[in-house]
Design a binder for this molecule. Structure first.
Ligand SMILES: CC(=O)CC(=O)SCCNC(=O)CCNC(=O)[C@H](O)C(C)(C)COP(=O)(O)OP(=O)(O)OC[C@H]1O[C@@H](n2cnc3c(N)ncnc32)[C@H](O)[C@@H]1OP(=O)(O)O
Ligand SMILES: NC(=O)C1=CN([C@@H]2O[C@H](COP(=O)(O)OP(=O)(O)OC[C@H]3O[C@@H](n4cnc5c(N)ncnc54)[C@H](OP(=O)(O)O)[C@@H]3O)[C@@H](O)[C@H]2O)C=CC1
Length: 298
Protein backbone atom coordinates (compact mmCIF):
# COMPACT_ATOMS: atom_id res chain seq x y z
CA UNK A 1 0.00 0.00 0.00
CA UNK A 2 1.85 3.12 -1.14
CA UNK A 3 0.39 6.57 -0.77
CA UNK A 4 1.22 9.99 0.63
CA UNK A 5 -0.72 9.67 3.90
CA UNK A 6 2.31 8.59 5.91
CA UNK A 7 1.18 4.99 6.21
CA UNK A 8 2.87 3.97 2.94
CA UNK A 9 5.62 2.08 4.73
CA UNK A 10 3.06 -0.27 6.31
CA UNK A 11 1.65 -3.07 4.20
CA UNK A 12 1.93 -6.14 6.38
CA UNK A 13 0.64 -6.13 9.94
CA UNK A 14 1.41 -8.88 12.45
CA UNK A 15 -0.99 -9.34 15.36
CA UNK A 16 0.10 -11.34 18.43
CA UNK A 17 -2.82 -12.75 20.43
CA UNK A 18 -5.99 -13.89 18.69
CA UNK A 19 -8.26 -13.28 21.70
CA UNK A 20 -11.12 -10.81 21.69
CA UNK A 21 -8.88 -7.80 21.06
CA UNK A 22 -6.36 -9.45 18.73
CA UNK A 23 -9.04 -10.82 16.46
CA UNK A 24 -10.80 -7.44 16.43
CA UNK A 25 -7.54 -5.70 15.49
CA UNK A 26 -6.89 -8.24 12.71
CA UNK A 27 -10.49 -7.70 11.52
CA UNK A 28 -10.24 -3.91 11.19
CA UNK A 29 -6.75 -4.02 9.66
CA UNK A 30 -7.84 -6.50 6.98
CA UNK A 31 -11.07 -4.59 6.32
CA UNK A 32 -8.90 -1.50 5.70
CA UNK A 33 -6.84 -3.42 3.14
CA UNK A 34 -3.73 -4.38 5.13
CA UNK A 35 -2.24 -7.87 4.89
CA UNK A 36 -2.54 -9.43 8.34
CA UNK A 37 -0.70 -12.30 10.00
CA UNK A 38 -2.40 -13.59 13.11
CA UNK A 39 -0.34 -15.30 15.83
CA UNK A 40 -1.25 -16.98 19.13
CA UNK A 41 0.22 -19.71 21.30
CA UNK A 42 -1.74 -22.44 19.57
CA UNK A 43 -3.21 -23.05 16.15
CA UNK A 44 -6.60 -23.73 17.82
CA UNK A 45 -6.58 -20.23 19.34
CA UNK A 46 -5.81 -18.71 15.94
CA UNK A 47 -8.56 -20.75 14.26
CA UNK A 48 -11.01 -19.68 16.96
CA UNK A 49 -10.00 -16.02 16.39
CA UNK A 50 -10.54 -16.44 12.64
CA UNK A 51 -14.00 -17.93 13.26
CA UNK A 52 -14.91 -14.88 15.36
CA UNK A 53 -13.66 -12.52 12.64
CA UNK A 54 -15.72 -14.41 10.08
CA UNK A 55 -18.85 -14.08 12.24
CA UNK A 56 -18.28 -10.39 12.97
CA UNK A 57 -17.62 -9.56 9.30
CA UNK A 58 -20.83 -11.43 8.40
CA UNK A 59 -22.86 -9.37 10.88
CA UNK A 60 -21.39 -6.18 9.40
CA UNK A 61 -22.52 -7.35 5.95
CA UNK A 62 -25.98 -8.21 7.34
CA UNK A 63 -26.35 -4.70 8.81
CA UNK A 64 -25.13 -3.08 5.57
CA UNK A 65 -21.95 -1.60 7.08
CA UNK A 66 -19.68 -3.40 4.64
CA UNK A 67 -20.23 -5.23 1.36
CA UNK A 68 -19.89 -8.96 0.82
CA UNK A 69 -16.93 -8.14 -1.45
CA UNK A 70 -15.15 -6.33 1.43
CA UNK A 71 -15.82 -9.30 3.72
CA UNK A 72 -14.29 -11.76 1.27
CA UNK A 73 -11.34 -9.47 0.54
CA UNK A 74 -10.69 -8.99 4.27
CA UNK A 75 -10.77 -12.74 4.93
CA UNK A 76 -8.36 -13.36 2.07
CA UNK A 77 -5.91 -10.85 3.57
CA UNK A 78 -5.60 -12.67 6.92
CA UNK A 79 -3.16 -15.56 7.20
CA UNK A 80 -2.30 -17.83 10.09
CA UNK A 81 1.10 -17.26 11.76
CA UNK A 82 1.70 -20.11 14.20
CA UNK A 83 5.19 -18.92 15.17
CA UNK A 84 6.70 -15.52 15.90
CA UNK A 85 9.16 -16.16 13.03
CA UNK A 86 6.15 -16.03 10.69
CA UNK A 87 5.88 -12.32 11.53
CA UNK A 88 9.43 -11.64 10.30
CA UNK A 89 8.43 -9.67 7.21
CA UNK A 90 5.80 -7.51 8.95
CA UNK A 91 6.12 -3.72 8.73
CA UNK A 92 4.15 -3.29 11.95
CA UNK A 93 3.53 -5.81 14.72
CA UNK A 94 0.80 -5.17 17.30
CA UNK A 95 1.17 -7.22 20.48
CA UNK A 96 -2.22 -8.05 22.01
CA UNK A 97 -1.56 -11.04 24.26
CA UNK A 98 -2.76 -11.22 27.87
CA UNK A 99 -2.39 -8.21 30.19
CA UNK A 100 0.65 -9.58 32.00
CA UNK A 101 3.91 -7.68 31.90
CA UNK A 102 6.14 -10.76 32.12
CA UNK A 103 4.33 -12.45 29.22
CA UNK A 104 4.53 -9.30 27.11
CA UNK A 105 8.24 -8.77 27.85
CA UNK A 106 9.01 -12.38 26.93
CA UNK A 107 7.12 -12.08 23.63
CA UNK A 108 8.90 -8.80 22.79
CA UNK A 109 12.34 -10.20 23.63
CA UNK A 110 11.77 -13.27 21.44
CA UNK A 111 10.21 -11.29 18.61
CA UNK A 112 12.77 -8.51 18.12
CA UNK A 113 15.61 -10.53 16.56
CA UNK A 114 13.11 -11.97 14.06
CA UNK A 115 11.92 -8.59 12.77
CA UNK A 116 13.19 -6.31 10.02
CA UNK A 117 15.24 -3.51 11.64
CA UNK A 118 12.85 -0.85 10.34
CA UNK A 119 9.67 -2.60 11.55
CA UNK A 120 7.52 -0.72 14.06
CA UNK A 121 6.40 -2.52 17.22
CA UNK A 122 3.22 -1.60 19.04
CA UNK A 123 1.38 -2.90 22.08
CA UNK A 124 -2.34 -2.88 22.76
CA UNK A 125 -1.75 -2.98 26.52
CA UNK A 126 -4.58 -1.52 28.58
CA UNK A 127 -2.41 -0.18 31.34
CA UNK A 128 1.28 -1.18 31.39
CA UNK A 129 4.02 1.43 30.93
CA UNK A 130 4.96 1.83 27.26
CA UNK A 131 8.40 3.06 28.29
CA UNK A 132 9.00 -0.09 30.37
CA UNK A 133 7.80 -2.45 27.63
CA UNK A 134 9.92 -0.53 25.09
CA UNK A 135 12.96 -1.21 27.25
CA UNK A 136 12.46 -4.95 26.67
CA UNK A 137 12.93 -4.39 22.92
CA UNK A 138 15.87 -3.54 20.66
CA UNK A 139 13.95 -0.55 19.24
CA UNK A 140 12.45 1.77 21.90
CA UNK A 141 12.43 4.57 19.29
CA UNK A 142 10.16 2.48 17.06
CA UNK A 143 7.89 1.28 19.88
CA UNK A 144 4.46 2.77 20.67
CA UNK A 145 1.16 2.08 22.45
CA UNK A 146 -1.79 1.68 20.08
CA UNK A 147 -4.67 1.03 22.46
CA UNK A 148 -7.87 -0.14 20.77
CA UNK A 149 -11.25 -0.34 22.53
CA UNK A 150 -13.53 -3.35 22.79
CA UNK A 151 -15.33 -4.35 20.56
CA UNK A 152 -12.70 -3.17 18.08
CA UNK A 153 -14.88 -3.21 14.94
CA UNK A 154 -17.46 -0.97 16.67
CA UNK A 155 -15.60 1.43 18.95
CA UNK A 156 -14.36 4.63 17.31
CA UNK A 157 -11.51 5.47 19.68
CA UNK A 158 -7.85 4.49 19.75
CA UNK A 159 -5.46 5.89 22.36
CA UNK A 160 -1.94 6.57 21.08
CA UNK A 161 0.74 6.51 23.76
CA UNK A 162 4.39 7.40 23.24
CA UNK A 163 7.12 5.97 25.41
CA UNK A 164 9.97 8.24 26.49
CA UNK A 165 12.07 7.19 23.47
CA UNK A 166 9.36 6.99 20.78
CA UNK A 167 10.50 8.93 17.71
CA UNK A 168 8.25 11.45 15.97
CA UNK A 169 8.35 9.40 12.76
CA UNK A 170 7.00 6.34 14.64
CA UNK A 171 4.23 8.42 16.15
CA UNK A 172 3.29 9.93 12.78
CA UNK A 173 3.25 6.53 11.05
CA UNK A 174 1.08 5.11 13.85
CA UNK A 175 -1.24 8.10 13.62
CA UNK A 176 -1.66 7.69 9.85
CA UNK A 177 -2.20 3.94 10.28
CA UNK A 178 -4.94 4.38 12.90
CA UNK A 179 -6.62 7.04 10.77
CA UNK A 180 -6.56 4.63 7.82
CA UNK A 181 -8.53 2.22 10.01
CA UNK A 182 -11.18 4.93 10.32
CA UNK A 183 -10.64 5.43 14.06
CA UNK A 184 -10.41 8.65 16.04
CA UNK A 185 -7.24 9.21 18.09
CA UNK A 186 -6.86 10.49 21.62
CA UNK A 187 -3.22 11.05 22.58
CA UNK A 188 -2.31 10.04 26.11
CA UNK A 189 0.84 10.49 28.14
CA UNK A 190 2.47 7.30 29.38
CA UNK A 191 0.98 7.00 32.89
CA UNK A 192 -0.68 3.89 34.39
CA UNK A 193 -3.78 2.84 32.43
CA UNK A 194 -3.57 5.98 30.21
CA UNK A 195 -6.88 7.92 30.02
CA UNK A 196 -9.86 5.67 29.28
CA UNK A 197 -8.96 2.97 31.80
CA UNK A 198 -7.72 5.46 34.41
CA UNK A 199 -11.29 6.71 34.50
CA UNK A 200 -13.31 3.60 33.56
CA UNK A 201 -11.68 0.91 35.71
CA UNK A 202 -11.99 2.70 39.08
CA UNK A 203 -15.69 3.08 38.21
CA UNK A 204 -15.99 -0.65 37.53
CA UNK A 205 -13.97 -1.46 40.69
CA UNK A 206 -16.32 0.80 42.69
CA UNK A 207 -19.32 -1.05 41.24
CA UNK A 208 -17.76 -4.30 42.49
CA UNK A 209 -17.26 -2.74 45.96
CA UNK A 210 -20.90 -1.66 45.82
CA UNK A 211 -21.83 -5.30 45.25
CA UNK A 212 -19.30 -6.56 47.84
CA UNK A 213 -20.69 -4.26 50.53
CA UNK A 214 -24.25 -5.36 49.76
CA UNK A 215 -25.45 -1.95 48.61
CA UNK A 216 -27.14 -3.56 45.63
CA UNK A 217 -27.41 -6.80 43.67
CA UNK A 218 -25.67 -7.38 40.32
CA UNK A 219 -28.90 -6.59 38.49
CA UNK A 220 -29.70 -3.51 40.58
CA UNK A 221 -26.22 -2.02 40.08
CA UNK A 222 -26.25 -2.60 36.33
CA UNK A 223 -29.82 -1.32 35.94
CA UNK A 224 -28.90 1.74 38.01
CA UNK A 225 -26.03 2.68 35.71
CA UNK A 226 -27.74 1.72 32.44
CA UNK A 227 -30.91 3.66 33.14
CA UNK A 228 -29.61 6.18 35.67
CA UNK A 229 -26.47 7.25 33.84
CA UNK A 230 -27.32 6.07 30.31
CA UNK A 231 -24.30 3.76 30.06
CA UNK A 232 -24.76 1.27 27.20
CA UNK A 233 -23.82 -1.58 29.56
CA UNK A 234 -23.94 -1.75 33.35
CA UNK A 235 -20.48 -1.74 34.99
CA UNK A 236 -20.62 -5.42 36.02
CA UNK A 237 -21.82 -6.48 32.58
CA UNK A 238 -18.99 -4.40 31.13
CA UNK A 239 -16.45 -5.97 33.50
CA UNK A 240 -17.55 -9.42 32.26
CA UNK A 241 -17.25 -8.13 28.70
CA UNK A 242 -13.71 -6.81 29.18
CA UNK A 243 -12.61 -9.91 31.14
CA UNK A 244 -12.23 -9.94 34.93
CA UNK A 245 -8.56 -10.99 34.66
CA UNK A 246 -7.88 -7.93 32.52
CA UNK A 247 -9.86 -5.69 34.91
CA UNK A 248 -7.84 -6.99 37.87
CA UNK A 249 -4.51 -6.53 36.05
CA UNK A 250 -5.42 -2.93 35.20
CA UNK A 251 -6.40 -2.17 38.82
CA UNK A 252 -3.12 -3.70 40.03
CA UNK A 253 -1.14 -1.52 37.61
CA UNK A 254 -3.04 1.57 38.85
CA UNK A 255 -2.63 0.58 42.52
CA UNK A 256 1.08 -0.15 42.24
CA UNK A 257 1.91 2.53 39.68
CA UNK A 258 0.17 5.40 41.47
CA UNK A 259 0.69 4.10 45.03
CA UNK A 260 -2.74 5.32 46.11
CA UNK A 261 -5.16 3.17 48.15
CA UNK A 262 -8.11 4.51 46.15
CA UNK A 263 -7.12 2.07 43.39
CA UNK A 264 -7.13 -1.04 45.67
CA UNK A 265 -8.69 -3.90 43.68
CA UNK A 266 -11.91 -5.08 45.33
CA UNK A 267 -11.37 -8.46 47.09
CA UNK A 268 -14.48 -9.76 45.35
CA UNK A 269 -12.87 -9.10 41.95
CA UNK A 270 -9.80 -11.01 43.14
CA UNK A 271 -12.02 -13.90 44.26
CA UNK A 272 -13.79 -14.17 40.90
CA UNK A 273 -10.45 -14.25 39.07
CA UNK A 274 -9.09 -16.87 41.48
CA UNK A 275 -12.17 -18.99 40.76
CA UNK A 276 -11.44 -18.76 37.04
CA UNK A 277 -14.74 -16.88 36.57
CA UNK A 278 -13.33 -14.37 34.10
CA UNK A 279 -16.58 -13.16 32.53
CA UNK A 280 -17.94 -13.89 29.09
CA UNK A 281 -14.79 -15.58 27.84
CA UNK A 282 -15.15 -18.37 30.42
CA UNK A 283 -18.96 -18.18 30.39
CA UNK A 284 -19.10 -17.14 34.03
CA UNK A 285 -18.39 -13.92 35.86
CA UNK A 286 -20.84 -11.54 37.49
CA UNK A 287 -23.30 -13.30 35.19
CA UNK A 288 -23.56 -16.94 34.16
CA UNK A 289 -23.73 -17.09 30.34
CA UNK A 290 -24.20 -20.83 29.97
CA UNK A 291 -27.98 -20.70 29.59
CA UNK A 292 -30.20 -18.89 27.13
CA UNK A 293 -30.11 -15.64 29.11
CA UNK A 294 -27.33 -14.30 31.39
CA UNK A 295 -28.16 -15.02 35.06
CA UNK A 296 -26.51 -12.98 37.87
CA UNK A 297 -24.14 -15.03 40.02
CA UNK A 298 -24.86 -12.92 43.14
C1 LIG B 1 -10.29 -2.47 28.83
C2 LIG B 1 -9.67 -1.52 27.86
O1 LIG B 1 -8.44 -1.55 27.74
C3 LIG B 1 -10.42 -0.52 27.09
C4 LIG B 1 -11.80 -0.87 26.68
O2 LIG B 1 -12.04 -1.37 25.62
S1 LIG B 1 -12.99 -0.55 27.81
C5 LIG B 1 -14.48 -1.12 27.04
C6 LIG B 1 -15.01 -0.10 26.07
N1 LIG B 1 -16.21 -0.60 25.51
C7 LIG B 1 -17.42 -0.28 25.99
O3 LIG B 1 -17.54 0.47 26.94
C8 LIG B 1 -18.57 -0.96 25.31
C9 LIG B 1 -19.89 -0.59 25.93
N2 LIG B 1 -20.96 -1.24 25.21
C10 LIG B 1 -21.43 -0.80 24.02
O4 LIG B 1 -21.01 0.21 23.50
C11 LIG B 1 -22.54 -1.61 23.40
O5 LIG B 1 -23.16 -2.36 24.39
C12 LIG B 1 -22.03 -2.56 22.24
C13 LIG B 1 -21.48 -1.71 21.10
C14 LIG B 1 -20.96 -3.53 22.73
C15 LIG B 1 -23.18 -3.40 21.77
O6 LIG B 1 -24.19 -2.53 21.40
P1 LIG B 1 -25.73 -2.93 21.48
O7 LIG B 1 -26.47 -1.83 20.83
O8 LIG B 1 -26.08 -3.32 22.84
O9 LIG B 1 -25.82 -4.29 20.72
P2 LIG B 1 -25.97 -4.59 19.22
O10 LIG B 1 -27.17 -3.89 18.62
O11 LIG B 1 -25.95 -6.07 19.15
O12 LIG B 1 -24.66 -4.02 18.57
C16 LIG B 1 -24.52 -2.73 18.02
C17 LIG B 1 -23.66 -2.86 16.79
O13 LIG B 1 -22.37 -3.34 17.17
C18 LIG B 1 -22.07 -4.56 16.46
N3 LIG B 1 -21.30 -5.39 17.35
C19 LIG B 1 -21.55 -5.67 18.64
N4 LIG B 1 -20.58 -6.42 19.16
C20 LIG B 1 -19.68 -6.60 18.17
C21 LIG B 1 -18.46 -7.29 18.05
N5 LIG B 1 -17.92 -7.95 19.10
N6 LIG B 1 -17.81 -7.26 16.88
C22 LIG B 1 -18.31 -6.63 15.83
N7 LIG B 1 -19.47 -5.95 15.85
C23 LIG B 1 -20.14 -5.96 17.01
C24 LIG B 1 -23.41 -5.14 16.11
O14 LIG B 1 -23.34 -5.96 14.97
C25 LIG B 1 -24.22 -3.89 15.81
O15 LIG B 1 -23.91 -3.43 14.51
P3 LIG B 1 -24.99 -2.68 13.60
O16 LIG B 1 -25.31 -1.40 14.29
O17 LIG B 1 -24.27 -2.51 12.32
O18 LIG B 1 -26.15 -3.62 13.54
N1 LIG C 1 -10.56 -6.93 26.93
C1 LIG C 1 -10.61 -5.65 26.64
O1 LIG C 1 -11.69 -5.05 26.73
C2 LIG C 1 -9.40 -4.94 26.21
C3 LIG C 1 -8.15 -5.52 26.32
N2 LIG C 1 -7.04 -4.83 25.90
C4 LIG C 1 -5.74 -5.44 26.00
O2 LIG C 1 -5.57 -6.32 24.90
C5 LIG C 1 -4.73 -7.41 25.28
C6 LIG C 1 -5.45 -8.71 25.00
O3 LIG C 1 -6.64 -8.74 25.76
P1 LIG C 1 -7.87 -9.67 25.35
O4 LIG C 1 -7.88 -9.89 23.89
O5 LIG C 1 -9.05 -9.13 26.02
O6 LIG C 1 -7.45 -11.03 26.09
P2 LIG C 1 -7.87 -12.51 25.72
O7 LIG C 1 -7.65 -13.30 26.97
O8 LIG C 1 -9.18 -12.54 25.04
O9 LIG C 1 -6.78 -12.92 24.62
C7 LIG C 1 -5.41 -12.97 24.87
C8 LIG C 1 -4.86 -14.00 23.91
O10 LIG C 1 -3.44 -13.98 23.99
C9 LIG C 1 -3.01 -15.33 24.02
N3 LIG C 1 -1.66 -15.45 24.54
C10 LIG C 1 -1.26 -15.66 25.81
N4 LIG C 1 0.08 -15.75 25.85
C11 LIG C 1 0.52 -15.60 24.58
C12 LIG C 1 1.80 -15.67 23.96
N5 LIG C 1 2.89 -15.87 24.68
N6 LIG C 1 1.88 -15.49 22.63
C13 LIG C 1 0.79 -15.30 21.86
N7 LIG C 1 -0.46 -15.25 22.40
C14 LIG C 1 -0.59 -15.41 23.73
C15 LIG C 1 -4.06 -16.01 24.88
O11 LIG C 1 -4.01 -17.41 24.77
P3 LIG C 1 -4.47 -18.27 26.10
O12 LIG C 1 -5.89 -17.90 26.34
O13 LIG C 1 -4.29 -19.68 25.65
O14 LIG C 1 -3.57 -17.86 27.22
C16 LIG C 1 -5.32 -15.42 24.26
O15 LIG C 1 -5.72 -16.10 23.09
C17 LIG C 1 -4.37 -7.19 26.76
O16 LIG C 1 -3.15 -6.52 26.84
C18 LIG C 1 -5.51 -6.31 27.22
O17 LIG C 1 -5.21 -5.52 28.33
C19 LIG C 1 -7.13 -3.60 25.30
C20 LIG C 1 -8.34 -2.99 25.15
C21 LIG C 1 -9.57 -3.60 25.62
Amino acid sequence: MTDDTGVGTIRKVGVIGAGQMGNGIAHVCAAAGFEVKLNDISRERIESGLATINGNLARQVASGRITEETRQKALSLITVAPTLADLGDADLVIESAVENEEVKRKILRELCPLLKPEAILATNTSSISITRLAAATDRPERFIGIHFMNPVPVMELVELVRGIATEDSTFETARAFVERLGKTIAVSEDFPAFMVNRILLPMINEAIYTLYEGVGSVEAIDTAMRLGARHPMGPLELADFIGLDTCLSIMQVLYEGLADSKYRPCPLLVKYVEAGWLGRKTQRGFYDYRGEKPVPTR
